[in-house]
Design a protein around this ligand. Structure first.
Ligand SMILES: Nc1ncnc2c1ncn2[C@@H]1O[C@H](COP(=O)(O)OP(=O)(O)OP(=O)(O)O)[C@@H](O)[C@H]1O
Ligand SMILES: [Mg+2]
Length: 357
């Protein structure tokens, strides 16, 4: 960034810290010995089109834009900005209008070709740049592609310790371990659980976060989280002995590949622990299939072919949520989760990275 003609696409899973990084990037620009820059950030929504996106940007820049702006109009105005700007367009994944995304990549190309000094940072939930702005070969050379991965256990621990430290708290190693292990690489959960745990400590007039604070934070997180309704839609049933909650929890605990995919076979071991009896695939295949259906919120996504299907949580936030909920509802113990995840978070020693999912 800061190099004329190059713009940035920052993408990754939901909740990995994209918006936070985009914020820090613009702060760095403000602080370093770089030429003076302005920074603006806007969020997109499902109704947004090319014109409304740029109208929002220009409003932030205190400039007016004529009606029906074209990529050339945008380039013209940006090329006259003094000082130049870092323009973060966040939540681009929410824009539904494909033509608007095409116009946006034309804009990137046009800004780049004419070496306009302002920098665009396109941010959103996506697995690739193509998924973020559509396939536009011509724009690739003009975009620095930054994929935001999940955070490591030690990074999450740092996030927590820094957060607690800022409000004068310390934390027991077991409390740190439990939060970081259950966050599954997503700072979203680290922040949430750390916040709830520290509120409890402060309310009690203590200064050390202990395991009981984390457990109370988990109880609070599962009842207030936006994933709660997705969880309920996926698992509801009129029969008290239904298997949906157990199968979904077993899916959340199943061994996964680097992309978060698991097979039906991988559900058996965790399901044996959760359901307290060994079930073979035919006994829960119906449940897996149901989780793909809109009536159950399409909480799982499936790829592959019959007999070789692979499943993944459609929303990556739901998987850690389901485990937290399983702990809150005593469907599973800390020790069982630790064993299945291969991360012994019940010990006092700092956790080693084994696998992220
Ligand atoms: N480096 C970090 N240090 C501390 N907290 C962080 C860090 N990165 C992210 N967080 C926290 O994690 C949570 C999720 O981060 P953020 O909103 O940036 O993610 P995102 O990828 O933009 O999410 P979404 O996909 O929902 O837009 C926020 O509560 C944020 O404060
Ligand atoms: Mg965000």
């Amino acid at each position: 960034m800061g190099q004329k003609g190059l713009h940035v696409a920052l993408y990754g899973e939901r909740g990995v810290g994209k918006t936070s990084l985009a914020n820090v990037l613009s702060e760095i620009f403000h602080n370093q010995n770089l030429p003076e820059y302005r920074a603006v950030m806007i969020n997109c929504n499902t109704e947004d089109v090319f014109d409304s996106i740029w109208r929002n940007v220009f409003r932030e820049l205190h400039l007016a834009l004529e009606d029906d702006a074209s990529p050339e109009d945008v380039r013209y105005h940006l090329s006259r900005l003094d000082p130049p700007a870092i323009i973060v367009i966040d939540e681009l994944d929410r824009v539904e209008d494909d033509d608007s995304l095409s116009l946006l990549s034309d804009t990137v190309k046009s800004l780049s070709d004419r070496a306009v000094p302002s920098t665009l940072v396109l941010v959103g939930v996506a697995g690739s740049v193509d998924e973020l702005i559509g396939e536009h070969r011509s724009v690739e050379r003009a975009l620095v592609q930054v994929e935001m991965p999940r955070m490591s256990l030690s990074e999450l621990r740092e996030v927590l310790e820094r957060g607690f430290g800022e409000i004068g708290l310390t934390a027991r190693p077991t409390a740190l371990n439990k939060i970081t292990a259950l966050s599954e690489g997503l700072p979203h959960f680290t922040h949430l659980l750390g916040g709830f745990a520290s509120e409890r400590v402060v309310a009690d007039d203590r200064n050390e976060v202990v395991l009981a604070d984390v457990d109370a934070a988990i109880d609070r997180a599962v009842t207030t989280h936006t994933m709660r309704s997705a969880y309920q839609t996926a698992t509801r049933s009129t029969r008290a002995d239904n298997l949906y909650p157990d199968v979904l929890l077993a899916c959340a605990l199943a061994a996964k590949d680097a992309l978060g995919f698991f097979s039906a076979g991988a559900v058996r071991d965790p399901l044996e622990i959760v359901a307290k009896r060994r079930l073979q695939i035919p006994a829960f295949a119906r449940h897996l299939k149901q989780f793909l259906q809109p009536e159950r919120g399409s909480v799982l996504y499936r790829t592959g072919e019959p007999r070789r299907y692979f499943y993944r949580f459609a929303n990556p936030l739901l998987q850690p949520y389901v485990i937290l909920n399983g702990l809150a509802e005593n469907r599973i113990t800390d020790e069982e989760v630790a064993e299945l995840q291969g991360i012994d978070f019940t010990s006092e020693s700092p956790l080693e990275q084994r696998r992220l999912f």
